[in-house]
Structures are given as C-alpha cells and as structure tokens.
Write a protein of this length. Sequence first.
Length: 210
Amino acid sequence: MTNARDTVLGRIRDALALAPVPGTAIPRGYRTGRTLPDDQRLALLTGRLADYKAQVHPCTSDRTAEVIAAVLAERGARRVGVPAGLDERWLAAYDGQVRRDSAAIPAPALDDLDGVVTASAVTCAETGTIFLDGSPDQGRRALSLVPDLHVCVVDLSSVEPGVPEAVARLVPERPTTLISGPSATSDIELERVEGVHGPRTLAVVIRTDV
C-alpha cells in the first residue's frame, strides 16, 4: 500500500522518463573585475550601511581596541562573547567580561551575553553586505545571531565593489552568513520591527588602513 507521497513522486518519475528535460547551459556572464579607489569604496559602503540603520565607525587599525571599547560602553555591554580566534588585542581597552565561545556552549546560553565582537571575511560595498565564513575570528553562526548587539570589524582591504567580486573571494566549502544591517522585519501593519531574527543593533568598525 503506497502513501500519497510515493504516488506523487512516482508520477513525477514517470513523466520525466517519458519526456526527459535536455540539459540547459546557464549563462554566467556576470559583470566582474570592477574596482574602486579606497575612498569611493568606503563612501559607498558607509552609505549603504547607514541606509540599513547600522552604526558605522571608520578608524585606523591602531584605534581598533579604543573604538570597540567605546561602542560597547555606549551600549552598556558588560558581558561580551568573542570567537575563539579573535585577536585579543581588539578587546584590550574593554573593561567588561569577555567570554570565548566554543561549540560546547549551548546556543540558549548565548542569550546571557550583552553583545558579540567578530571579524569578517568579505564585504560588498554596493549592497552593504558583510560576509562571515565561520573562520576562527568569526565563529559559529549562533554567536553572531543570538546576542542583541553585534560589533563587526571590517578591513577596507576586504571590501569589494560588487557582489560577483565579493563572492569570488569566498571559499565555497565554508559556511557563509550574509549580514545586511541589523535584523529587521515588518509586522502586519508594515511597521519596522528590529531584533526579530538576529541582533537588534549592528555596529561596523571599518579599519581604513588594513
């Protein structure tokens, strides 16, 4: 005796056998190889992030710890989670509690954190999208989703003008998370609601000389 699922799938297999679909070449003529000077990439990315209501903090690399500490202090973050491979010098000016993440920590426990600080893999200036690829300085997906504040460090050298250029720099085998501003959605009355599917606040520290 067959169930409805087996019946439907059987009919699909029969139909495909009677009328096989020929292979179709998918055009891949994407516009690639675009470049922009540093100041234009920075301006474009800053504008896109502002459109998404993200906080933007450009700085030189020697001020990384200072700026991160200021952002965390402004938000009153006293317990901060960081990926296991994050550069510890980035938290040198922070006087709160720093918790190194690990897979052994259950995701619900991350809700006790006031925020998280991560690095990033690649960023697309045109769309204002930050790519995390699970590297040791970026951590697992749960770490950047559960806490209400995400401070993400972006090196200007990792910022590409467009999506094809950004995707080309990713390692296909790595898990990729795309971030375009704080988590937000609209309710039934089309009112913007933030923090539903991830951090309510995204602060991006852009290191302009790296």
